[in-house]
Design a protein around this ligand. Structure first.
Ligand SMILES: *[C@@H]1O[C@H](CO)[C@@H](O)[C@H](O)[C@H]1NC(C)=O
Length: 426
């Protein structure tokens, strides 16, 4: 019997070695210290120690749109960085990064997209012209007449390398823009459902031709292995990628193509992340067999300063109750109370084709005769009535009056129910 002992010793040594090697294969180096000290009243969210948040902006909007985030969305985030096209201080302790500086010198020196970049780099933001600051109208292919917008697509690929340099040991890299709002207490439990040691690319799915990618403004998330794979792939043929970006208009789409090329698949994350602000979202919608209603609200987009402040207050009041904020809750608290029979100086964005009618009351009549009509908007200048089966709160507009079929709306909301179970992607 005694002769068996060396064998069992060997077995236990082997299993010890196995456990040890597994441990080392999967463990990350210990977390680096936080990049930003947190105010003492911030809630404890240990997961954030392993997350880097990247807010992407540009010199044409940074001073107007980023500071509000420092006191709201980013206030209690220990690790974040502001990626831009110009280095400038946004607070006494915070400067933006120029993520374009690592692109090839020839591109930076000669490509017309970089005209604004060269001017501001050499002479500072004072060199911005009114044309640079023109907000431009958003078209199906973006804002081709806005120099800041044309520069923006170039940031997506070099952003990966810079983010890995800023915090090499993060498990997750969360990307947002200056008009994105993220609800951290919903994002963190969502991320916990995924194994961060695997490559993940989470975001609001969009399609351009046959490319599927995560929409930038809705916010998207990459795990560290996904970042590393994409960055290595990019480094293999950086020149070819620069040519490809030059020929395309959407930077988020190019990042999607790079990730696809790297073997990282997009996890279609709508409706957890949204492309619109709370007042312009369709809470009753259905897409890809899913409805927003019982999903936790993770992001909103096209947020202005006022919208950010309102949402932050809502989140503080509602989130404190130890209950996850679902899109249903956002609807009931931030939308439904403002849906009235009549709202003057307001456009609820009813999307139907305008029909000529004589009065607001006649417009209401048109809607009430259509069984599924939920809202209508009457343009007083044009004498035009738009109706819609899609409910939306909308926004202020001088010469438009809006109305909603509140009983029908409440019936739809009731039919969607109370969300006894929470829906998730992943
Ligand atoms: C209302 O109609 C007029 C005339 O067509 C147009 O100029 C105006 O922009 C419209 N208002 C809104 C808010 O769409």
């Amino acid at each position: 019997m005694a002769r068996l002992r060396p064998l069992s010793l060997l077995v236990s040594l082997l299993s010890l070695a196995l456990v040890y090697s597994l441990y080392h294969q999967y463990s990350l180096p210990p977390s680096s210290p936080p990049l930003h000290p947190l105010p003492s009243d911030c809630p404890s969210r240990p997961d954030l120690n392993d997350i880097l948040v990247i807010l992407k902006t540009g010199v044409t909007e940074s001073r107007a749109k980023v500071p509000i985030h420092l006191t709201t969305t980013l206030r209690c985030i220990p690790n974040y960085a502001i990626f831009s096209d110009f280095i400038e201080p946004l607070s006494p302790s915070l400067a933006t990064h120029d993520v374009l500086s690592s692109l090839s010198p020839n591109l930076l020196a000669t490509n017309p997209d970089f005209d604004l970049y060269r001017r501001v780099r050499d002479h500072g933001p004072a060199a911005l012209t009114p044309a640079d600051l023109n907000p431009d109208i958003n078209t199906p292919i973006g804002k081709p007449n806005n120099p800041g917008w044309k520069l923006d697509k170039w940031k997506f690929l070099p952003m990966l390398e810079r983010a890995l340099a800023v915090k090499p040991d993060a498990k997750w890299y969360v990307f947002m823009e200056a008009d994105t709002y993220l609800l951290w207490d919903n994002l963190l439990p969502w991320l916990r459902r995924f194994d961060s040691r695997k490559p993940w690319y989470l975001g609001n799915q969009m399609q351009i031709v046959d490319a599927i990618f995560a929409h930038g403004g809705s916010g998207f998330i990459l795990s560290r292995p996904a970042m590393v794979k994409a960055m290595e792939r990019w480094k293999l043929s950086a020149d070819a990628w620069e040519t490809a970006v030059a020929e395309h208009w959407a930077g988020d789409c190019m990042l999607g193509l790079l990730l696809e090329d790297s073997g990282v698949e997009l996890t279609w994350s709508w409706p957890m992340v949204q492309i619109a602000p709370p007042g312009e979202m369709d809470y009753f919608s259905r897409g890809y067999e899913k409805r927003p209603w019982c999903h936790p609200a993770v992001s909103f987009h096209h947020m202005d300063e006022r919208g950010i402040v309102e949402l932050e207050r809502f989140e503080r009041e509602e989130g404190g109750k130890g209950k996850m904020i679902l899109y249903r809750d956002v609807f009931l608290k931030m939308v439904r109370p403002f849906v009235q029979a009549v709202r003057q100086g307001w456009d609820n964005l009813a999307e139907g084709e305008g029909v000529p009618v004589k009065s607001f009351a006649a417009c209401r009549g048109v809607c009430s005769r259509e069984a599924l009509c939920l809202q209508y908007a009457y343009n007083e200048t044009a004498g035009e009535c738009r109706t819609s089966k899609v409910l939306m709160l909308g926004r202020g507009a001088g010469d438009v009056a809006s109305g909603w079929m509140t009983e029908r709306i409440d019936a739809v909301a009731d039919s969607l129910g109370e969300c006894r179970t929470i829906s998730w992607i992943g």
